[in-house]
Design a protein around this ligand. Structure first.
Ligand code: C5P
Length: 224
């Protein structure tokens, strides 16, 4: 029995949504609460790791003993994560990063001009932070998350390959954003299996503790 399976390990986690500005007072975001990422940060810290948490705009309390860096946009999240990644052993990407951002953010607040005309937004793609970290020469052990609405295992396997990560965690069942509980499918080179083992939803902190143990076992196997 190993009480602190991540002792001596450094873990970097992204959490929450990102916020992509339209003008100084408006933007687009999503409904991610950050609960899973914050639960993982707490569980990794409990397991003895040194934890850095890069958080988008959320209202979650920082877990005790965790270093937290707040960011707003996907580009800011990428800029915070990439330089830190090589000094970490594990990278867990739980953030719901916006896929696109407005091509330009207006310098001043957009105003109605009385003509009834609406502003037209055009978008550019955001950087894929997880794939970027996985491609680094000194990449930590990378763990991705996936929320799919159909063909979960098939899409999760494809995503794992596309992002080039050893472990992908797919949310089982209906939307998990903002919920207090969850169940997942672990997808790695060996195949897939549910966590918790019975596939029944459990609170996010319990699930985070199970996941941390799964990650610690894989790290030990990788460095054995
Ligand atoms: O491609 P998709 O958004 O479904 O992939 C989800 C996984 O990739 C999550 O782990 C998420 O944190 C990560 N991701 C990222 N940067 C993006 C998009 C997703 O790190 N721009």
């Amino acid at each position: 029995f190993q009480p602190k399976p991540l002792r001596g390990r450094r873990v970097l986690i992204t959490a929450g949504p990102t916020f992509e500005a339209i003008d100084p007072v408006r933007g687009i975001t999503n409904l991610s609460s950050g609960k899973m990422g914050f639960a993982l940060a707490r569980a990794a810290r409990e397991a003895g790791a040194e934890v850095t948490l890069v958080a988008g705009p959320v209202s979650q309390a920082t877990p005790r003993g965790v270093r937290r860096i707040d960011v707003r946009s996907a580009v800011q999240m990428r800029d915070a994560v990439l330089p830190l990644a090589p000094e970490h052993d594990v990278f867990i990407a739980t953030a719901a990063v916006a896929d696109w951002r407005p091509a330009t953010a207006a310098e001043h607040k957009l105003k109605k001009d009385g003509s009834g005309q609406c502003p037209a937004l055009s978008f550019v793609e955001n950087p894929d932070i997880l794939a970027g970290v996985a491609r680094l020469p000194k990449a930590p052990y990378c763990v991705g998350f996936a929320a799919e609405s159909e063909k979960l295992a098939e899409h999760a396997r494809a995503k794992r390959e596309r992002k080039g990560v050893p472990l992908l965690v797919a949310n089982l069942g209906p939307a998990t954003f903002g919920q207090d509980d969850n169940a997942v499918l672990l997808v790695d080179a060996a195949g897939e299996r549910p966590l918790p083992e019975d596939g029944r939803r459990t609170d996010k902190l319990s699930l985070a503790r199970l996941l941390v143990h799964e990650i610690a076992n894989r790290l030990d196997a990788a460095s054995a």
